[in-house]
Design a protein around this ligand. Sequence first.
Ligand code: GUN
Ligand code: ZN
Length: 434
Amino acid sequence: MSRQAYRAALLHAVDDPSVVPADEAIVAHDDGLLLVEDGHVAAFGDWAERGPTLSADVELTELPGQLIIPGFIDAHTHYPQTDVMAAWGSQLLDWLNNHTFPAELAFADRGHADEAAGFFLDQLLRNGTTSALVFCTVHKASVEALFEAALARNMRLVAGKVLMDRGAPAGLLDTVETGRADTEALIRAWQGRGRLGYAVTPRFAVTSSDEQLAMAGAVAAAHPEVLIHTHLSENLAEIDRVAELFPGAKDYLDVYAQHGLVTSRSVFAHCVHASEDSLKRMAAAGASAAFCPSSNLLLGSGLFSLRQACRCGVNVALGTDVGAGSSFSQLAMMGEAYKVGQLAGEPLDPFQAFYAATLAGARALRLDDRIGNLAPGKEADFLVIDPAATPLLARRTAAARNWRERLFALSLLADDRAIARTFVAGSCAHKRTG
Ligand code: GUN
Ligand code: ZN
């Protein structure tokens, strides 16, 4: 058996701070011990309790001044959109037509997909993200490229082939039948292989016919182990378009509900303009929302109210939404989420943001029995954070009086330089150089 011990400060979320008191939801050990056995967490606690009596066969790494946290989980992102990050000047529907669809057309080429998948996953790891729920493109091979690259890195990743049979360039369209056949084949080939999972992925109601959404619901129903991943109520023009296309639906969420797509396995990106009533229906179904603050700001989509969604009982996880989002960093998303909250008069508690970037993501992906925190038995996906990675960070985190302040400073001031190491299933998958 391989056994490694790490001595550092430890911090993780064991519950939702909007539901239980923050001092119960967030657990910290200033001088902690993380013990890993065969890629799983064996102990997470105070150094003083077990450290001094560790047996001689345990490989000990002392990390004074460093912080260990669970790997971040990105609840919504697009691997084919790295090259459209930082696109100037448009809102959602124009942005899709002018920037995103042209970039996605290039994924008909498997070589391009392989290169982009490797780059994307390496960006995740260097930013401390060990798991993600990922959109590919309409091309089946785009999913194979991402899964192969994730398998090689032993990452726990959930992804799917985009379904869209209208409203996009011809080279990006499938049909009900080809969409079904490709989705079924990908589920057979990849669901449960290594640490991978599949998500049935209709892009959004604008680009799928009634028949295709019905097919997506039927395939998801036939495979209770897979997720459902789509976009919902992001932008006002998009919402008007959905109302025109689906006059029989009560609202945007109802379009998905009518096709069996609102379930406890569903993750809806954005939900910026979702009504209180639709948030409550999402909560009743056990569906999750992915809050993507960087994207919502760049595309001018609007201000998501995390507080309202939590009040309605919706599980809210953070997502980067690369490439509408302008960073791969979930620390940066915590900071952006705070700023969105400020604009709505609802400043976000750093512990709530931390929960949304870790355990809430695991809950959204239905993987909280395996990842999301460092409770004994979970897979050892974790980060070593260097709170003194830059002179400014060193100065500001030294002045922080407690974990809430330290975490907040990291979320506003840190970037990938603060991620000293990223561990995937107990093995080091990224080490900062320089
Ligand atoms: N809605 C439908 N497709 C997309 C996409 O690629 N990005 C974002 N942000 N919203 C979408
Ligand atoms: Zn998206």
